[in-house]
Ligand binder design. Structure first.
Ligand code: CO
Ligand code: ZN
Length: 325
């Protein structure tokens, strides 16, 4: 699991530019799949045949990032965000473009933190002219945080654990599943961070009878943190609601029963901000009973997101308990 997380989180893949991460995941899943395909929006759809209802399991492979809007005469790069990136988090960061170009985030002279807006920041890639900068980076190119994955005791700190942690869980579950009770579709979706777009088209083509999304959720256990009843290390959180979906009672119960029957620790997620791919999937065609498993995560959308190894293992166990019935 550790090695898998390191590989996935250190791979580039902002929304709409998922080719690199998709290729990494494709290589990992192909030996275990009956069929692997990539749809028009770039979703990786992995079919593992089973006799029962069609169950769609989704985790998004895209990550947040920034996009170049213009380059000035001195070669400094201005940018805007792809997904939920904060200027406060970007201060002092380094970013990496798809071609490996690394840049440092600089900031104009500001006298008050209130003035800290995305438009006051720029990227310095070490170029001394517009021409030199443009030989490496073009308007419209995207970059992600540049950060190594580290292991801190039982915890893992890395960029893009949202939602490469979910991708890792799906990959492990596919590799370990023996007797699926469902006809399984493992979907590694695109463009979740800009509005759960890949989930929309993949669910439309699969037409699942039910769906479970594996994504991260915030924790309430850090000093003066968010008020949410989810702690790091206390097990996967079964989604009750977020701003995009009210989990279907059937899926919620399926997950709770599987956890209790198999003595897997679990928590309940009631999230008053954000959404997941379930938001798109459950509204597909005539509707799809959908729910989710949320991996407790600290510092979401920073370059140092944090998950717990036991939580990851227990999320795999819970998913396997559901799909093997
Ligand atoms: Co996210
Ligand atoms: Zn996510």
């Amino acid at each position: 699991m550790k090695e898998l997380i390191k590989t996935l989180t250190e791979t580039y893949g902002p929304s709409g530019n998922e080719e690199k991460i998709r290729n990494v995941i494709k290589d990992l899943v192909t030996p275990y799949a009956d069929e692997v395909k990539v749809d028009a929006l770039g979703n990786l759809i992995v079919h593992k045949k089973g006799s029962g209802d069609k169950l769609m399991l989704a985790a998004h492979m895209d990550e947040i990032g920034i996009i170049v809007t213009n380059i000035d005469d001195k070669g400094f790069i201005r940018f805007s965000s792809i997904g939920g990136v904060s200027p406060f988090i970007l201060l002092g960061e380094r970013v990496i473009f798809e071609n490996g170009t690394i840049g440092v985030i600089g900031v104009e002279k500001i006298d008050d933190m209130k003035e800290l807006k995305m438009k006051r920041l720029f990227i310095d890639i070490g170029a001394s002219s517009k021409e030199e900068a443009m030989s490496k980076v073009k308007v419209g190119d995207m970059a992600t945080y540049y950060r190594e994955c580290n292991f801190l005791g039982k915890n893992i700190s890395a960029k893009s654990l949202d939602d490469r942690a979910g991708c890792a869980v799906l990959i492990k579950a596919l590799q370990e599943v023996k007797n699926p009770k469902y006809d399984l579709y493992f979907v590694f979706t695109t463009q979740e961070e800009v509005g759960t777009r890949g989930a929309k088209t993949s669910a439309y083509s699969i037409e699942p009878e039910l769906a479970i999304v594996v994504d991260v959720t915030i924790c309430g256990d850090t000093p003066e943190g968010e008020k949410i009843a989810v702690d790091l290390g206390k097990g996967p959180a079964i989604k009750i609601k977020d701003m995009s979906v009210l989990s279907h009672p059937k899926i919620k119960q399926l997950l709770i029963d599987a956890a209790e029957k198999n003595n897997i620790p679990y928590q309940r997620e009631v999230l008053d901000l954000g959404g997941t791919d379930a938001g798109s999937i459950h509204l597909t065609k005539e509707g799809v009973p959908s729910g989710g498993i949320a991996i407790p995560t600290r510092y979401v959308h920073t370059p140092s997101e944090m998950v717990n190894l036991d939580d990851l293992e227990n999320t795999v166990k819970l998913l396997l308990a559901v799909i093997e019935g």
